[in-house]
Ligand binder design. Structure first.
Ligand SMILES: C[S@@+](CC[C@H](N)C(=O)[O-])C[C@H]1O[C@@H](n2cnc3c(N)ncnc32)[C@H](O)[C@@H]1O
Length: 457
């Protein structure tokens, strides 16, 4: 097999990226956008010692779980991976991926619950973050074509309640359309990454409750003709705040921290499981409100049924989960590395009236968690730990601290089954895995969020 070969393949399993997997003379071939049980004609794109990659030219025999994607540019856009798969089957593939990761790391089968979602399988994202480019002389928004920085403009809306990108609801699109009209009428140009020239970089918006926080990211100091944009956004009939983010660096980081409020309230208020959180453009929030609430509720209920002890909420972000947990715990310590997020957490704690119960610690979990766990152990305090790390999983020092301080229970919220499985294997001698519950936080994509509940042996 070599690059450029055209082959007819039978897809025999699913890969971790939501792709199909075939074998040619014993070698694994990864083929995106197809699934187990299908026959496909492919072109080989890459061959190396361990595996090959190929792309589908034609589906020769589709399987019964193939559907027509709702999004007309799905096959060109590269942002979702699974719109061509029946939703029920998507959930089965995600569950199997979590099981496979656990099996690989722990060398035994672990029971995994069926993947749960909240039923909203399109229009679920509360944040839109899209690059802007000039196409045929017009400012457009779209997505980068897979593995490139070429913007694929959104097509027409396919459903009344959704945006042109079906991951967003209608209101987000109304804000984007109003912005694009303004940008074209104002004659603004777009940023060119290679030449580090041009102005408009990204359109970012977040839906918070029934309001929209709109951020225009530009390579300059000020957004021109601001009144025209305020008028255009007001004409949508939706409530909003408008900010300008001045990002003048040659970087692919989307937003800088140089943000100016142009119109509306500086921070919008979200209700998360009864906690009123004030959200600023840079605050971290999970992108699917409904599934986020299911996960937070699940963890809070488990902590309540453990007897309302002390909790360490490690990797605590802006303290939203920390304050949700305060209702179920005697005391909660949040640990978070980003100072701005800790400042948000402190303010939230105060506004929730949790100042006595909640302590927000600023620092690296690798340093702060071992010290805190030792202190609680010395004080003979019964405590449990919630871990919600980024995709790379927990630092080894955090896991070592858990192994020596031995909290009664560990609740691990993970957005990456591979690092979750790796970390559970490290805790395996000291902890029993009570349950592993995947949640469909990101329908139509390969991603899955998982909550693992562990009890000290
Ligand atoms: C997946 S988010 C979880 C946030 C929060 N639990 C929530 O649900 O909103 C992970 C958080 O961990 C923080 N973080 C990353 N590395 C860290 C470290 N070494 N120590 C402490 N916090 C860290 C990030 O800034 C981010 O806020």
């Amino acid at each position: 097999m070599k690059k450029g070969d055209i082959l007819d393949l039978e897809i025999t399993s699913s890969g971790m990226e939501g792709e199909g997997v075939a074998r040619v003379e014993g070698q694994v071939v990864f083929v995106p956008l197809c699934m187990q049980g299908e026959k496909v004609r492919v072109m080989v794109r890459e061959v190396n010692k361990k595996f090959a990659r190929a792309s589908v030219i034609k589906v020769l025999e589709p399987c019964e779980d193939r559907v027509i994607p709702l999004c007309p540019i799905f096959y060109r856009c590269g942002c979702c991976d699974m719109q061509h798969i029946k939703y029920r089957k998507q959930l089965e593939i995600k569950k199997a991926n979590v099981e496979a990761c656990l099996y690989k790391a722990l060398k035994r089968r672990i029971d995994v619950d069926d993947v749960r979602g909240d039923g909203l399988v399109f229009g679920y994202r509360n944040k839109i973050q899209v690059p802007l480019a000039k196409v045929a002389g017009k400012v457009v928004a779209g997505y980068y074509k897979g593995n490139t920085h070429k913007v694929v403009p959104f097509g027409e809306r396919v459903r009344e309640d959704l945006g042109a990108c079906v991951m967003y609801e209608r209101g987000m699109q109304d804000m984007l359309d109003a912005f694009l009209n303004y940008a074209n009428e104002a004659g603004l140009d777009c940023y060119d990454e290679e030449r580090h020239e041009g102005f408009l970089r990204h359109f970012v918006a977040r839906k918070v409750g029934d309001k929209y926080a709109v951020v225009i990211v530009g390579n300059g100091k000020k957004l021109p003709l601001q009144k025209s944009l305020i008028k255009a956004l007001t004409n949508t009939g939706r409530k909003f705040s408008l900010y300008f983010d001045s990002n003048t660096k040659k970087t692919n980081v989307i937003m800088s921290s140089d943000i100016t409020l142009i119109y509306g309230e500086a921070r919008l208020e979200a209700d998360v499981c009864g906690v009123r959180a004030k959200v600023s453009p840079l605050s971290f929030m999970q992108i699917n409100d409904g599934v986020r609430d299911m996960i937070y509720r699940d963890v809070a209920e488990r902590i309540k049924s453990d007897g309302e002890g002390t909790v360490i909420d490690a990797y605590s972000g802006a303290g939203v989960l920390t304050n949700v947990l305060a209702k179920s715990a005697k005391k909660v310590y949040g640990i978070e590395i980003v100072p701005e997020a800790v400042a948000d957490a402190d303010e939230l704690t105060k506004s929730c009236g949790n100042a006595v119960k909640v302590v927000n610690i600023c620092g690296d979990c690798a340093q702060k968690l071992p010290l805190l766990a030792d202190k609680l152990r010395e004080e003979r305090e019964k405590f449990s730990v919630v871990l919600d790390p980024p995709r790379k999983g927990c630092d080894a020092k955090v896991l070592d601290a858990l192994k020596s301080a031995k909290p009664d229970a560990v609740y691990y919220i993970s957005c990456n089954p591979a690092t979750l499985a790796r970390d559970l294997a490290i805790l395996d001698c000291d902890y029993e895995i009570l349950s592993v519950s995947p949640y469909d936080m990101f329908p139509q994509t390969k991603h899955v969020e998982t909550v693992a509940c562990l009890k000290r042996k």
